[in-house]
Design a protein around this ligand. Structure first.
Ligand SMILES: Cc1ncc(COP(=O)(O)O)c(C=O)c1O
Length: 377
């Protein structure tokens, strides 16, 4: 039997990692500025993370959500405190798509309404509700098609108001910063206006912070740069540094009832331990501050760079839109200079490194970029 081939793979197999360094099976060293798609938040194989998970595995790896699990309540308490959402409630699941799926359900249960407004170019995951709210028909099966989701252009308040005025909306869902689209931010006036429109039309504001959250942009959640509060916040990726876990922060105005949501694996002992280890490291190593600092360095190195049409993003969620003649640079960075980076289409290189990235590593990437682009391509 073989694998169902849905991924286009590089012919590289990493077998070992330490912080922002990876080694493949032949011992070749790479620098990781992609973090396995924004997942590695506290570096590969951080000793504290390895120890906490190993110790927990030796005690108890899993039990179901039918019994007390104080790791879950510790995580809820820590996460709510560090994120500033101190009176919110936490529901735990296993992935980003699942977090959004549950957020959409909660909004619909709470309001009793069926519709959701999402944004053009948004990516919210591949399960049925999440993929329906994702603006990419290529990844929606006919089964996923629903008239309950409508799309509006990002940063167009009038379009949002027109749609919400039609009634029946449970929620608006928006990424803190659009990631898969190529790193696009909502404007300050737009996000303020969106908050007011949700209140005016009696629907909930869901912030998808699955890629942009967990300190990546220099604040715990990207939307906190704008000073607004969401009714529901979803997270995953950096939350477990690679151990599958997702979470939904839910406003205290929304009441839970038994059986409303549920999952077998969500909030299991290992997942909670991974998430607690990540929060320990984020706090003790001041990683949110580091994300802001190294982000500023990248911005100063790349903003206005002769290879770029545009520099976008905040902190360590960066989109480098290449001029046409530099398309192909991502492969050269990987194969000639051994730097992993992300992409959004052929034109945009995405940097999503671990929040532990050092100034030296950041500089070595900028030097490699300059070496490749100072010669003809
Ligand atoms: C903003 C956003 N939401 C949701 C998801 C889906 O997360 P997962 O792949 O864990 O289901 C992603 C994944 O890239 C994402 O970037």
């Amino acid at each position: 039997m073989n694998l169902f081939e849905v991924y286009k793979l590089w012919n590289i197999e990493p077998v070992r990692g330490l912080d922002t360094t990876l080694w493949d099976k032949d011992g070749v060293e790479y620098t990781d500025l992609y973090g396995g798609h924004a997942v590695i938040s506290t570096g590969h194989c951080h000793p504290h993370y390895v120890k906490m998970l190993s110790d927990q595995l030796g005690r108890l790896g899993f039990y179901s959500n039918a019994v007390q699990n104080s790791l879950q309540s510790d995580l809820a308490e820590r996460l709510c405190r560090i994120s500033g959402y101190s009176d919110y409630k936490l529901f735990l699941c296993n992935s980003g798509a699942e977090a959004n799926e549950n957020a959409l359900k909660v909004a619909s249960f709470h309001t009793g309404k069926p519709k959701v407004l999402a944004f053009r170019k948004a990516f919210h995951g591949r399960t049925s509700g999440a993929v329906a709210a994702t603006d990419n028909p290529k990844i929606q099966a006919p089964f996923n098609a629903t008239s309950n989701i409508v799309f509006a252009p990002l940063n167009d308040l009038e379009a949002v108001d027109n749609e919400l005025s039609k009634g029946g909306f449970a929620a608006v869902i928006i990424e803190g910063i659009q990631g898969v689209a190529g790193i696009y931010e909502p404007g300050q006036d737009f996000i303020n206006g969106l908050r007011s429109l949700c209140d005016k039309h009696g629907c909930l504001l869901i912030l998808d912070e699955i890629q942009s959250g967990y300190g990546r942009t220099g604040k715990f959640f990207a939307h906190q740069h704008y000073g607004i509060q969401a009714d529901i916040v979803t997270m995953a990726k950096g939350m477990g540094n690679g151990f599958p876990i997702g979470g939904v922060l839910i406003s205290p105005s929304i009441k839970a009832s038994f059986g409303m949501l549920g999952t077998t694996f969500g909030g299991n002992h290992l997942a909670c331990t991974a998430a607690l280890a990540v929060l320990d490291i984020i706090e003790s190593e001041h990683l949110i501050e580091n994300a802001a600092k190294i982000g500023k360095y990248f911005e100063s190195a790349f903003k206005g760079h002769h290879t770029l049409k545009e520099y976008r993003g905040k902190g360590l969620m960066i989109g480098l839109e290449l001029k046409d003649e530099y398309v192909g640079l991502r492969d050269r960075l990987l194969f000639e200079k051994h730097f992993f980076t992300g992409a959004a289409g052929a034109q945009v290189i995405r940097l999503l490194p671990s929040l532990t990235i050092s100034q030296d590593t950041a500089e070595s990437f900028v030097n490699a970029w300059n070496e490749l682009t100072s010669k003809s391509l």
